[in-house]
Design a binder for this molecule. Structure first.
Ligand SMILES: Nc1ncnc2c1ncn2[C@@H]1O[C@H](COP(=O)(O)OP(=O)(O)OP(=O)(O)O)[C@@H](O)[C@H]1O
Length: 271
């Protein structure tokens, strides 16, 4: 179980994340939603310690993630794989080597340094590519792939890390609708097939409702909704997104509510 206990992050006088507490059961698929600047990326980045909290604690089982250093921190980052909007592949390297980079934590330091991959590592990487229908691209340079293909390579690289948690930060933000589906299906697959917990920042509310079994709504760094997608009414969503509601909800849902403009605080659903 991953536990956030009063986690906050300040940047100078700006509070990006404000006393967030939440528990994530193994195997859940959680969507983090909210308008731009709500604190979603900062929250995910704190979980794998790309950003350190300024207050609060993050625990995984009996481990205090907030205090990990050195090799233990590296091991945590491997268990807690991150997927980025911009894929973060090494463009000049071939696809298979990019996926093998996810195995670095599983090989000895000298072998890692020389990139001496074992047959087993290669087989693991290839089968991850097969799982997402892109094994035929193994020898291609990563920078010759489409955005959707690159993101599937990034998910394959995350998968071969053998993570317990995948943190996906707007993984489909730069993709067309068809590739959006393919990439979301790939995340759902690793969640359902391997029981990997997925925490996914999403801008589109329809996607969040369609793929996630729990939604966390953030506003100004705080959690203002935590519950099942069905519990997120259109009125709560409109309050959560404010002026961005039209972008994230389909046209029928996005029509202004009778009270829109009157309510300044999002409707709170107890966490
Ligand atoms: N490194 C940083 N230095 C200063 N301010 C930051 C930094 N990172 C984030 N912030 C600020 O913290 C707030 C939350 O940012 P964050 O990126 O977490 O929001 P978000 O919900 O992910 O937004 P978006 O959907 O636009 O990515 C914003 O006001 C942002 O400007």
């Amino acid at each position: 179980m991953l536990v956030l206990d009063g986690v906050s992050r300040k940047f100078s006088d700006k509070t990006a994340v404000d006393q967030v507490s939440a528990e994530f059961a193994p195997g859940s698929f959680v969507g983090i939603i909210g308008r731009s600047g709500a604190g979603k990326s900062t929250l995910l980045r704190m979980i794998n310690r790309l950003v350190d909290p300024t207050a609060g604690a993050i625990r995984f089982g009996d481990r205090d993630v907030t205090r990990l250093k050195g090799a233990e921190l590296d091991a945590w980052r491997a268990r807690c794989a991150m997927i980025f909007q911009q894929f973060n592949l090494i463009g000049r390297l071939d696809v298979l080597t990019n996926v093998l980079m996810g195995r670095l934590d599983h090989v000895s330091a000298p072998r890692a340094l020389l990139r001496l991959w074992s047959d087993e590592d290669r087989a693991i990487a290839l089968s991850a590519l097969e799982m997402f229908g892109i094994a035929d691209l193994a020898a291609k340079r990563a920078d010759q792939l489409s955005g959707g293909q690159q993101q599937r390579v990034a998910i394959a690289r995350a998968l071969v890390q053998e993570p317990r948690i995948v943190l996906a930060d707007e993984p489909i933000a730069s993709l067309d609708p068809r590739n959006t589906r393919i990439v979301m299906d790939a995340l759902l697959r690793i969640n359902r097939h391997f029981g990997i917990t997925v925490l996914c920042n999403l801008h589109s509310l329809d996607l969040a409702r369609g793929y996630c079994d729990r939604l966390i709504g953030m506003s100004a760094g705080r959690v203002v909704f935590d519950g099942a997608p069905a519990a997120l009414t259109d009125d709560v969503a409109r309050d959560l997104y404010g002026l961005e509601a039209g972008e994230v909800m389909d046209a029928a849902h996005a029509a202004p509510a009778a009270h829109a403009g009157g309510a300044s605080q999002p409707s709170a659903v107890p966490a």
